[in-house]
Design a protein around this ligand. Structure first.
Ligand SMILES: [Cu+2]
Length: 249
């Protein structure tokens, strides 16, 4: 569905972002209208007319000071107004949570890894999904963002969340979704020829639905210790195994 305005906000901090967006939008919008209106008025007022001589002007110091100081003040005020949202979302440590997923971006997929029943990453019961993430609603989710190759950007428009994934770094981010649904996760950093097709989906479930999904999809990885032997290790390892694989092919 094509929407000309912002998509619906379904995260706890989205309102802080939207408030700033609207404030900046209206300030710049009104400024643009005033500038264009003045230009049009001047075009008509000072058009060429027979018998009227052009006059050379040396400028107006007062006016120049005003149009420098006023925008500077607006910028400084905007900076201070955005500090609370910025620090809450990006600067401070994320609010504590026991729900952690690891997202490793690569050309051209999102690999979403759950720690499995043992709660630890890098163990055999890890479960990695491709281009899909499942989370419960009203739950703080920590996302540890990594990249396997180039810079990608983890972008969830409905969460008002965007963060670059940078090779060699693990960047902790967080969100809390407020409404069950299926939300698009496009890559927002041009990352190669498949960039436009690099997108995943975040499924926000009710707590009951999430429990059901997790029981069916995450716990399954715990059983192989009893049954299938080596197959179990395979899905957990691709992050390391495919690093150089692509280049060789
Ligand atoms: Cu990408």
């Amino acid at each position: 569905m094509l929407d000309w305005w912002l998509p619906e906000n379904v995260s706890t901090y989205g309102r802080d972002i939207d408030w700033l967006f609207h404030l900046i939008y209206y300030i710049t919008g009104i400024t643009a209208i005033l500038v264009f209106a003045t230009m049009i008025v001047f075009l008509v007022m000072y058009r060429d007319r027979p018998g009227r001589r052009a006059r050379y002007t040396h400028g107006n110091t007062t006016l120049e000071i005003v149009w420098t100081v006023v925008p500077s003040l607006i910028l400084i005020i905007l900076t201070f107004l955005s500090v609370p949202a910025w620090s809450k979302i990006k600067m401070q440590a994320p609010p504590p949570s026991d729900f952690v997923v690891q997202v490793t971006a690569k050309q051209f997929n999102w690999q979403v890894t759950y720690p499995g029943p043992d709660g630890k990453f890098g163990t055999a019961d890890d479960k990695t999904l491709l281009d899909e993430m499942h989370v419960p609603v009203n739950k703080i989710v920590h996302v540890n963002l990594r990249s396997q190759d180039v810079i990608h950007s983890f972008f969830v428009p409905q969460f008002r969340m965007k963060q670059d994934a940078v090779p060699g770094r693990e960047i902790p981010q967080w969100f809390e979704a407020t409404k069950p649904g299926k939300y698009e996760l496009p890559c927002a950093e041009l990352c190669g020829f498949g960039h436009s097709g690099m997108r995943g989906w975040i499924y926000v479930h009710t707590p009951e639905d999430y429990k059901k999904w997790a029981a069916e999809n995450l716990q399954a990885a715990a059983t192989p210790a009893a049954g299938e032997k080596t197959d179990a290790a395979k899905p957990a390892a691709p992050a390391a195994a495919t690093t150089g694989g692509k280049a060789k092919r």
